[in-house]
Design a protein around this ligand. Sequence first.
Ligand code: ZN
Length: 520
Amino acid sequence: MRITRSQLLLLAAIGINFVVLYYVARTQQGLDQGMGPGVPEDGEHRCSRQTSSNVIYEKDLVTFVFREFENFNNMIPKTVSSVLKVFPLAQILIISDKQPYPPLSLDVASSNNIRIVTMGISPNQSQYMSRPENFIKTEYVIFLPDGIEILTSSAVKLMVSKLKSIQGSKQMHHVRLVALKVDAVAESELAACQTLNVDLKQWTLMYSSSGSHICDTVSGTHAVLLRTVDLVTLGYPYARPMQTSLYIQTTLRQWKVALISSSESVSMETAHTDAHSQWKYSNNQHERVTNLYDSFGIKKVVQPTGEIEWYGCKRDTARCFGTIIDDMPEYLYEGRWTPPCCMEHLRETAHYVFRILDSASIRYWLEGGSLLGAARHGDIIPWDYDVDVGMYKDDIAKCPKLADLKDGIPSVDDNGYVWEKATEGDFYRVQYSVSNHMHVDIFPFYTKDGIMTKDSWFKTHRQDTEFPEHYLKPLTKINFAGMQVSAPNNVREFLEFKFGEGVIENPQYPDPEKLKMPQN
Ligand code: ZN
């Protein structure tokens, strides 16, 4: 084999290249180790041996994520630079629904460390770019509140080592998050451990204070750390408000959070100092909470004080569910029961109707599913969507609200309830309001040879049948939805006559067969 002169030159050039690369790499490492920009002393001397592990620590262990900040007023640039001062190689992810405006005035020199992910759909952005997890390469993520200042590395290191040690222990494996308390905030904003009960079936969140440092959710200002593999199993990991949304999801997975503090290591400033900014922030926050609860199907929130917040339907909105098809409301297919707001409105409407029927001395009684609920637990069946009442047809004249109605023409009374005589089926309906259609149905029966009967029937309703009048002689009272309500005598016998034996003891959905069909 013969080597030409030019080949030799090439080989020499390659050799020199390697040497140069080696020195460049060494110099770079030197910069990282010793000559980094203003690395503050944090008790650990950054001597060469430790540094290589610190570099790995910073670069590959934790991604710092910012999700909660207001575009119109925030401290993200300052907060980010405090992180980079302590962890110069850290990866920083700023997650926003759309491109922040005004733009964040981030330090251009740090652009290698920082990425802004906009999650909002845009016709010219790939799906990949809108998913924050595609840019998290570290084992852990830490979500930082806007305005936090990282003073030393110890808090973050403490959080990581806490999570590692907890997950290493058999009893504590369900602790998957570590929250860091920030002291420098107003009393009301101090982080606190809370117990959370997420009852999707009842559309309800119930918060209560927890005496422990390990709990379901943390209120107030804090940073929170979790493993990336855990984060990506959540359905909506970046939904806002971040804390509310995160802990609802982790609680449903029975994950716990450990609350720790490291007061010397972080400081906090609030972005919203003036009244206008606070007002704007709280408006935005309210809107986000409302949207979150809407998408998570949360209608009722019980605070630790016992105070109830409602997020469901109101009197001047539509009720929470649409037209019922085949007697099976849509929420049953979602594994849920009647939304609690709708239930409240239904009880209110029923009370109103009972009071009017009582004061007109009308002979009426609880019918069908309503009587069944009363017999079972003194209330509306948890998945029922109306209240059914029977009455003597002869008594209609005693109640002008019923007697004056014309077929199919609704009448709104002084209290906003809507009274209507159904065009088909010969019954009356009282609706909660013009827009909210929670209702009570009143079915007039007449006597024929000792049998209570009417002229039209709901074919799908087994309980919609004739029955002997002796069940109404005399009428009795039963506890229903917080009121004593008129009912047939021998309730059990009456119900078993209508629905079949054992109906009180064996609750069933209207058409349980339908739930066996494949659902998503
Ligand atoms: Zn509702």
